[in-house]
Design a protein around this ligand. Structure first.
Ligand SMILES: NC(=O)c1ccc[n+]([C@@H]2O[C@H](COP(=O)([O-])OP(=O)(O)OC[C@H]3O[C@@H](n4cnc5c(N)ncnc54)[C@H](OP(=O)(O)O)[C@@H]3O)[C@@H](O)[C@H]2O)c1
Length: 267
């Protein structure tokens, strides 16, 4: 595999590195990293066997692909030499909300640019990442992008016009689901269960249901209807959800997140 340099060595860079190594699509000798103060990069290198290279020019001289993995707000203050040092290289950004046009200002001579939107289950290889590129990817670059994103879980190419929606539907859904599990737990507690028991039952029911839906592959409504019997327990609960406009609430949640993502990605 061509050499890959990571600029930023925090949670997400670490998840990609560990995924590449675990899936054996990358060897430690192919990967190198640096970070702002060095500590996170040194730790990642020590933990995984990849190279810690504090000199940006040296790091990039040996790399064909550059993964930009610091916080979005760090882009403005990033090393200005990145503009020249990424010349001719494939640059993949995980910076939430940074558009391809903004990335093209920071990395004007890159061979191609890829904007991604992962989510936090990436940390355990169960992520969903959407991506788009500045220009259509050459086959070898597509293979590299798919290896990198495959290290985090599932991935899907989408037009950049959908990235604001994806920022909330993919990026925020873990938080929405955690909130849902918490609400189920609180319902169980209100009905008399011990808190820890209620949380376990809520979590395992959500987990199993998501797996069943993924494996069955149909519409969620079909599986829902298999649980409902006329005037039964589920029917009673769904009536409350409908009366309290559950679907409308969630739709508005996604639309609000999409609008906010649009506002945040303007710079
Ligand atoms: N975590 C996720 O699951 C997730 C999900 C979706 C998107 N993202 C995106 O992933 C990116 C990174 O998030 P994270 O959670 O991995 O962050 P993080 O754990 O805070 O790590 C940030 C890393 O960037 C380094 N850094 C900061 N400024 C830098 C600079 N100017 N040059 C080089 N390195 C620099 C830090 O170095 P020091 O430690 O030395 O300061 C650190 O290694 C963000 O843009 C975020 O939008 C993350």
């Amino acid at each position: 595999m061509a050499k890959i340099a990571f600029i930023g060595a925090g949670n997400l860079a670490s998840a990609i590195v560990r995924g590449l190594l675990a899936q054996k699509v990358g060897a430690p000798a192919d990967l190198a990293c640096l970070s702002k103060n060095g500590a996170t990069a040194q730790k990642l290198a020590a933990d995984t066997g990849i190279t810690f290279e504090p000199d940006l020019a040296k790091l990039l001289a040996h790399a064909d692909t550059v993964v930009v993995a610091f916080k979005p707000q760090s882009l403005a203050g990033a090393d200005p030499r990145l503009a020249e040092l990424t010349a001719g290289k494939l640059v993949l950004s995980v910076l939430a909300g940074k558009k391809l046009a903004r990335l093209a200002q920071a990395f004007p001579q890159a061979r191609n640019l890829v904007r991604t939107m992962p989510n936090t289950p990436a940390a355990i290889g169960a992520g969903m990442t959407c991506w788009c590129s500045l220009a259509p990817l050459a086959p070898a670059d597509r293979a590299t992008v798919e290896k990198l994103l495959g290290a985090l879980g599932q991935f899907l190419e989408l037009g950049e016009e959908h990235m604001d929606c994806v920022t909330t539907l993919v990026g925020s859904t873990p938080a929405f689901l955690f909130e849902f599990v918490a609400a189920l737990r609180d319902g169980g507690v209100a009905a008399g269960l011990p808190r820890a028991t209620a949380q376990k039952l809520a979590l395992e029911s959500v987990l199993g249901s998501a797996k069943l839906l993924a494996q069955t592959g149909g519409e969620p409504e079909e599986l829902r209807d298999k649980v409902v019997s006329p005037n039964g327990t589920t029917f009673a609960g769904l009536q409350v959800m409908a009366a309290r406009q559950f679907r409308e609430t969630i739709k508005e949640t996604i639309l609000a997140g999409t609008r906010r993502a649009g506002e945040l990605s303007r710079d």
